[in-house]
Design a protein around this ligand. Structure first.
Ligand SMILES: [Zn+2]
Ligand SMILES: [Zn+2]
Length: 168
């Protein structure tokens, strides 16, 4: 999935938010100690009243579907020929971790800035307008990133979270 990057402005006021891609890895620690990698999505947080990065939601059904389809490949002709794929085993193990996390998880995705679940993923239509209505009553829109704009360097960072998305 490609994430939009750039500035978010408002049709009704002078609000400006930045969608900044930072080199952050989310690592969820399961009760047994296993670590599951998570993903981020640019979102609007109504607690921060700003653009933020939030956790990407875990969808139990789609993870289960991925596991099922990998299992089917393993029992297929090619799988039998090569004695069951080792790469598939690793992938299934990874997906099982994600599935366990998805099943444990009670709360919705959290804002990585304030920790609240008051986030809605940012999405824009062809004209760059978002479905998010700002506090002033008008909609937000995206200003594409200027390729010549100065770039900030960020240190890669891993954030460890418990299954509910709280920093540990
Ligand atoms: Zn506004
Ligand atoms: Zn927030």
């Amino acid at each position: 999935m490609s994430m939009p990057s750039g500035y978010v402005r408002c049709h009704g006021c002078d609000f400006e938010g930045v969608m900044q891609r930072r080199p952050i890895t989310l690592e969820y620690v399961l009760p047994g100690g296993a670590v599951v990698q998570g993903y981020r999505v640019f979102s609007w947080c109504s607690s921060c009243e700003n653009v933020t990065e939030a956790e990407e939601a875990f969808d139990t059904d789609s993870i289960q579907a991925e596991i099922d389809s990998l299992r089917q490949q393993q029992v297929g002709f090619i799988g039998r020929l090569f004695g069951g794929g080792k790469a598939e085993d690793v992938e299934i193990k990874r997906l099982r971790g994600r599935l366990q996390l998805a099943q444990l998880r009670q709360s919705g995705p959290r804002c990585l800035r304030c920790g609240e679940t008051t986030v809605v993923p940012l999405a824009f239509d062809e004209s760059g307008t978002s479905s998010i209505v700002h506090t002033c009553g008008r909609r937000l829109f995206m200003v594409p990133e200027d390729p010549d704009a100065p770039r900030f360097m960020f240190r890669p960072e891993a954030i460890r979270l418990d299954p509910e998305g709280w920093k540990i």
